[in-house]
Design a protein around this ligand. Sequence first.
Ligand code: 5AD
Ligand code: SF4
Length: 494
Amino acid sequence: MRLKRGFALDGRAMEGNGSAVTVRAVAATTNGAAVMPANPPAPSRRLHVVTWGCQMNAYDSTRMADVLAPLGFGPARSAEDADMVILNTCHIREHATEKLFSELGRLRRLKDARRAAGGRMILAVAGCVAQAEGAEILRRAPYVDIVLGPQTYHRLPAMIAEADRAGRAVIATDFPPESKFDHLPEAAQPAGVAAFLAIQEGCDKFCSFCVVPYTRGVEASRPAAAVLAEARALVAGGAREITLLGQNVNAWHGEAPGGGEWRLARLLYALAEIPGLTRLRYTTSHPRDMDDDLIAAHGALPALMPFLHLPVQSGADRILAAMNRRHTAADYRRIIERLRGIRPDIALSSDFIVGYPGETAAEFAATLALVREIGFAQAYSFKYSPRPGTPAASAADQVAEPEKEARLAALQDLLAAQQQAFNAGQVGRRLSVLITGRGRHPGQIAGRSPYLQAVHLTAPERLIGQEIDVTIAAAGPRSLAGVSPSTHEEHAAA
Ligand code: 5AD
Ligand code: SF4
């Protein structure tokens, strides 16, 4: 599976109806879960999933592979030798649609060649561009077999059957009444030592620049029991670290196991009790949902890693209000102060948008001031880019492109310097590193620090899957080099 982080995609209004067969909410007897055999057969067909965008998309891609495993789909090496290709798209960035169609053009040639050789390749477009553009994709690329939004991938088996039967494209971009999470099989492949677990989806915040509430729908939280069961299964499969995922993850408010409702802090306490689960993270959060219990959990739960991605977007209150963020810069500062009060080593990450409509030079300077004051271990920053259908897209006072570029460069210089300084500050320290796999060079292994930094070191592969203490010898802009590992077990024995 290929993951392209931060791939830029563009939005366009839906139009036309193509020649699609629309799969609406299908009955329980025909949905994906119901037609699946209990034990997946040995792979007889090959699946290639291309993932763009966020961690939620990466998670969705693995779950789509899980859904298709019972149909005999195993991983392909590349699109060239796949029987089915899924493009799992992201709508957050610019030029989404054009990149999608250029990739589709390439795949069309593969599909045609396969047909000429007497075979078949199924082509599916999934994710947020599929949700937003559904019918337009089939109009411009009628050779696509399946278009499905993020809420409907549990229906993939039924859609494949329908595409075969009808001999036409199948589209599912509705928000079905059933939750896909209730219709997913057990993971077909172990998720690895550092796993992701989606606990909520969608967002009700409606920030004025953002497409997520339109493409992922309103906020929906999975019940605590389902989350705990999936977490136990991940740990049984070898996971030591779990990152809880959601577009607005700290808004999670799920049904409690004994009735009633839990919020995220309570869920984290319950997860921390699972034996063998030593590291917990959650992303992405909204400042409005950093409630007192969640802040307190950062001081009380050793398993909760000292790293938080908390987007602020801007340091200027007028811009934050125009963005409909419903928090001020002072609110953000207070949250960080409280977190640092109970967990002094907490490292922070954030998202920023520069050049939001109407942003003045002084307002941009307020963002720089906030960054200087807080100090981030890493961050993502973007030029504002209009997303059709969102309120900010039609604002008259768009900031000129060269100005946006200059602001972005200034902000990124500052953030890069902070990241470099944060990394350099680890040199000489002994950090606990969860070893997740081989390193880039022969003989190297790699893992992540509590602060989510990549750490490389020369050490035996048998350490993969373990949490070991590593002395940090050198720091680069994006990763650390470590030496002298020794396992916790060896420490305990010493
Ligand atoms: N323009 C620029 N950046 C955006 N983001 C979301 N929508 C837009 C947009 N229209 C950024 C925000 C968000 C991150 C995932 O992407 O910073 O937190
Ligand atoms: Fe988009 Fe995040 Fe705002 Fe929700 S909280 S609308 S996902 S930016």
